[in-house]
Design a protein around this ligand. Structure first.
Ligand code: FNR
Length: 378
């Protein structure tokens, strides 16, 4: 890890260490990947005002997220199948987040279950929910998150229909997986990964296994899961979730001002301005493009989180300047996990922390609260 200096280094190491099908699953986006690229391109177009001779000796990244202290305005986003990037990946990522003093969000589509993580970490974490057709299962899942003392529920609402990732099909990312000589060779050249995953607690969707009969039969489990995404989902379902979840609610996947206003009406404490990291609606604008309008419309009524394309502390600064209170990262830490387990995730967080501190210093800013549009060049 000594010579790793940026998130791209972690990405390249991830690519070397993890089988291609799983690396691509994390790295790629839907269809022509226009939105995936726009997320990065538009962030990089935003330039800072360089300020000089301001005393920046007391820079401080600490902030609050949903009213709780956080060491910096960063959150690990829900990312499915982390346990396939590294054995027990969800546990390693959660431990790294907790050691760094920032929140971790567990995906519904995790390999480790809620209970696996709760039994392996010191502090509470957040749980991300996909509302599936089987509402009995969803109610039970929410009750499990309550029993595990999860401190926030992150309700993801941008996956009513599923965007296609061409590369997953080409890689035979199906259940059962399509095998080929080159795939076997790929796995054979990554023995550390194979050993890690085999030693992990689980190799299937830990939150769903147990609900479906014959869960050892991956094909059945996968078919059930695929059939469960609910195209009829609507705002009334958000009210239902509010009635069964007593804690803090985050609505993730807001990308439009009208939807942002409706989300405020639900009484949720926070929203994530997100296009699912360019994995869903291809052709949607970048998240950073829509952030300022949403922040202007509802930023004083609800806590605004942001994700999509964050790969550096500079990117976090850009999103905070345009109205986000904190940022989620997805791929940036998934790359860290694939590159080096818990240490790799810790490295990803560290890189972003140091870049943010330096950027604040060179923009003449000492606290997160001071970051606003004034730090940006015209
Ligand atoms: C995701 N994302 C996601 N979101 C969610 O709510 N539940 C999930 O299970 C997943 N799964 C998932 C898997 C992978 C491999 C990726 C890369 C992303 C979306 C994620 O929470 C977040 O919105 C994006 O990752 C943000 O974009 P960046 O940071 O990856 O550019």
């Amino acid at each position: 890890m000594k010579h790793i200096t940026c998130i791209e280094d972690l990405r390249l190491l991830h690519k070397r260490r993890v089988p291609k099908a799983f690396f691509d699953y994390a790295d790629r986006g839907s269809y022509a990947e226009e939105t995936l690229r726009a997320n990065r391109d538009d962030l990089q177009k935003i330039k800072f005002r360089q300020r000089i001779l301001v005393d920046v000796s007391k820079r401080d990244l600490s902030t609050t997220i949903l009213g709780e202290p956080s060491s910096m305005p960063l959150i690990l986003a829900p990312v499915g199948l982390l346990g396939m990037q590294h054995g027990d990946g969800e546990i390693h990522a959660c431990r790294a987040a907790q050691a760094a003093g920032i929140p971790f969000t567990q995906s519904t589509m995790s390999i480790c279950s809620i209970e696996d993580i709760a039994g392996s970490v010191e502090k509470p974490f957040w749980f991300q929910l996909y509302v599936m057709k089987d509402r009995g299962f969803i109610k039970a899942l929410v009750e499990r998150a309550i029993a595990a003392k999860c401190t926030a529920l992150c309700l993801t609402v941008d996956l009513q229909v599923i965007g296609q990732r061409h590369q997953d099909i080409k890689n035979g990312m199906s259940v059962p997986p399509e095998w080929s000589l080159s795939k076997l060779f790929d796995f054979a050249t990554k023995p550390a990964w194979v050993q890690g995953v085999l030693q992990g607690k689980r190799r299937t969707f830990g939150n769903i296994a147990g609900h479906v009969k014959n869960t050892e039969d991956l094909t059945k489990l996968s078919a059930w899961t695929a059939s469960q995404f609910d195209t009829s989902l609507n705002w009334k379902d958000v009210d239902w979730i509010r009635s069964i979840w007593p804690g803090k609610l985050i609505i993730k996947g807001i990308h439009d001002i009208e939807d942002a206003k409706l989300a405020v009406e639900t009484g949720a404490q926070a929203m994530v301005v997100s296009n699912h990291g360019g994995r869903q609606l291809d052709g949607a604008p970048s998240s950073i493009h829509v952030l300022p309008g949403i922040a202007d419309a509802v930023g004083d009524k609800i806590e605004i989180m942001f994700d999509g394309g964050i790969r550096s502390g500079q990117d976090v600064m850009r999103a905070l300047a345009l109205g986000a209170k904190s940022c989620m990262i997805g791929r940036a830490y998934a790359h860290g996990l694939g590159a080096g387990g818990q240490a790799g995730v810790a490295k990803a967080i560290d890189i972003i922390r140091n870049e943010l501190l330096t950027t604040m210093g060179l923009c003449g800013v000492n606290t997160v609260a001071e970051i606003d549009r004034k730090v940006l060049a015209d």
